[in-house]
Design a protein around this ligand. Structure first.
Ligand code: ZN
Length: 156
């Protein structure tokens, strides 16, 4: 009879469960947690992206890995940055500078591109990543002035 695997995973993956910042013991076995640095994977758009060097907690007994909340945020941001680099997408700073050069608020640009209210804020802070299609659209409004005029007429 097949049994469910109960051994802790030893690969570069990690539990998505974040560790409360005050936690001192392993939530799985109550063992001692140690701070480590190493490579971890984080899913971006369904793809596991490797982050070469990041901080996490590891249980000295069961070897399970956990992330404190601020380490989880840093891992996510680094994975998104690596993903953008891998696929040649505009960086968070490049998106911000396109918007600022056009003199638009995040709300104004979201209106023209028909994006959700917080989408640009998430892109510009590195907490989320634009799709390849929207990346092309951002480059078009950066490089082809008529494009922005067209979109403004459509939005009006
Ligand atoms: Zn443990």
């Amino acid at each position: 009879m097949k049994t469910k695997r109960t051994k802790p995973r030893r690969d570069a993956g990690i539990r998505r469960r974040a560790l409360a910042s005050s936690a001192e013991a392993c939530p799985v076995c109550d063992g001692a947690l140690r701070e480590r640095r190493g490579a971890l994977r984080y899913p971006v758009n369904g793809e596991d992206i490797v982050v070469g060097s990041t901080t996490f907690q590891q249980c000295a007994d069961c070897k399970e890995k956990f992330l404190r909340l601020d380490d989880a945020r840093r891992l996510q941001e680094a994975a998104i940055e690596n993903y953008r680099h891998k696929y040649g997408l505009l960086s968070a700073g490049e998106i911000r500078s396109i918007r600022e050069r056009l003199g638009m608020t995040q709300a104004a640009m979201a209106g023209i591109l028909r994006l959700g209210a917080n989408t640009l804020s998430r892109w510009e802070s590195g907490r989320n990543v634009q799709s390849a299609a929207l990346d092309v659209l951002l480059r078009m409004i950066r490089d082809v002035p008529e494009c922005l005029r067209y979109l403004r007429r459509q939005a009006a």
